[in-house]
Design a protein around this ligand. Structure first.
Ligand code: 0X9
Ligand code: ZN
Length: 450
């Protein structure tokens, strides 16, 4: 009965999704001059409600910008682009058909054979996208099936009251009560479905390797604690399954504000509200009414500071996103000279990741400091991850976590499907990232002398 109701809800809501993007297209625009970049910035800042910038305007001439354009704005934007002497390539000709077909395929498979989209661990389908409830179940099942090395935790509740769940992996040979630690979070942006799917996929592979006595993974788990939260924005993620596949933000709504949702990747306390953020609630990069206004972000800060207070030192912080295939280091809040003091080490680590990816799948992942290779974005997670812990760790509104290796990683692809990455690319994505995580483990172990 429960399944029938679930299908009914999904089918009826898929119709909403179907209606929403009729006539929408994704255009790629490649500015070649500073002036064209400036103009695109102006459009992003002032017409962000009409045009959904799937990727931000990069500082580097020659880097493309992908914009989703609604049908009644296409003629107008074409004219403006012509005036600015900017060409366009149509990346996705029919967003609606892509969304609808993908959703139909998912629902059809569920209808035809529920087993094939396993919801319990023994038949969990890592090559399918899962609902938030299924992700939660996966977290619980992973913990109970691997209770010798996995300890689940409740990070807190989302704005709409959903539990946000994660777990810590610590090998049975761990000697230290407070080993060095790594933080991985997925799904902070709701529509980036490949993020939770990848986090679950590579985690599963690592656990299997641990069980088969893989030397590197044994050492990784015995010497480092791995904290993993696959889906950090459950309300937004749920909304992408039920109402709007391309929703990005949280689902909080503030009195007096016109629109719902804050960009959780502009809501972190370090340098909150600075360059590359918006004070307007309808913007996709709305920073929220105050730092940490989003309970989902607050939960992470509180949880990590608690661990730090207990004596745990975070070496790494990765926020998994999509898309563009790039490994992004701090700083993001500085408009110029954004390289940190640890830039070289951060790039060496990123290079090890991208080499491992290349060797696995031949996919190329770029790297660099956020505000140098892309665009500034104050109040983002990677700056929080890197910034030093303040003298008073209970002051959540200042500083960060002091993780030398703090990144945003943008997963596949480079724009063919963008946020609508087909399920048949999930496995290749988590396989290449699994290789990157092994490379991370290897380097971190060397760094701590283990
Ligand atoms: O804009 C973001 O929050 C991230 N991109 S996404 O398409 N996943 O939303 C990237 C943030 C990277 N940092 C900087 N650009 N500085
Ligand atoms: Zn993102």
């Amino acid at each position: 009965m429960k399944f029938a109701r679930e299908v009914f809800v999904l089918v009826s809501l898929a119709c909403l999704v179907l209606a929403k993007y009729e006539g929408y297209q994704v255009w790629r625009i490649t500015p070649k001059t500073e002036k064209q970049i400036e103009w695109l910035h102006y459009i992003e800042e002032n017409m962000g409600e009409e045009f959904d910038f799937w990727t931000g305007v990069s500082k580097i001439p020659g880097n493309p910008v992908d914009i989703m354009v609604q049908p009644n704005r296409q003629t107008n934007l074409r004219m403006l682009l012509k005036q600015e002497k900017l060409d366009l390539d149509i990346m996705i000709n029919d967003v609606n058909t892509l969304v609808t077909n993908q959703m139909d395929e998912i629902l059809e498979r569920r209808r035809a054979n529920r087993q094939s989209v396993g919801t319990r661990l023994d038949n969990f389908d890592y090559n399918a996208y899962h609902t938030y409830e299924e992700i939660q179940q996966w977290v619980a099942d992973m913990a109970s099936e691997n209770s010798d090395i996995i300890e689940p935790f409740l990070l807190g509740y989302s704005c709409e009251g959903r539990e946000i769940n994660g777990f810590r992996i610590r090998g049975t040979g761990s000697q230290n009560p407070y080993p060095k630690a790594v933080w991985f979070e997925g799904g902070i942006h709701a529509r980036e479905w490949i993020s939770p799917a990848t986090v679950m996929g590579f985690t599963h592979k690592l656990i299997e390797e641990y069980r088969s006595d893989d030397d590197l993974v044994l050492r990784m788990f015995d010497n480092i604690d791995w904290y993993i939260v696959p889906s950090l924005n459950p309300d937004g993620y749920h909304y992408t399954w039920t109402n709007d596949r391309l929703w990005r933000k949280t689902r909080s709504k503030y009195v007096g504000e016109a629109c719902t949702g804050t960009d959780p990747n502009r809501n972190w306390p370090f340098q909150w509200g600075g360059v590359g953020t918006s004070p307007f609630s309808c913007s996709e990069i709305y920073h929220g009414p105050s730092a940490l206004s989003e309970i989902e972000v607050f939960n992470v800060v509180e949880f990590l500071r608690d661990r730090w207070y207990e004596g745990q030192d975070f070496l790494m912080f990765i926020d998994w996103h999509s898309y563009s295939q790039v490994i992004i280091a701090p700083w993001s809040y500085l408009d110029s000279n954004p390289r940190t003091d640890d830039y070289q080490d951060q790039m060496d680590m990123a290079k090890a990741m991208s080499d491992a990816i290349l060797a696995t799948s031949l996919k190329v992942y770029g790297m660099g400091a956020g505000a140098e290779i892309l665009y500034p974005a104050a109040g983002s997670s990677k700056d929080f991850g890197y910034a030093a812990v303040p003298v008073n760790p209970w002051d959540y509104t200042s500083g960060g976590m002091g993780a030398k290796y703090s990144y945003t990683v943008e997963l596949r692809d480079t724009g063919e499907y963008g946020f609508l990455l087909p399920e048949d690319q999930i496995q290749d994505t988590y396989d290449e990232i699994h290789a990157a995580v092994r490379a991370i483990g290897d380097r971190l172990l060397t760094e701590i002398g283990a």
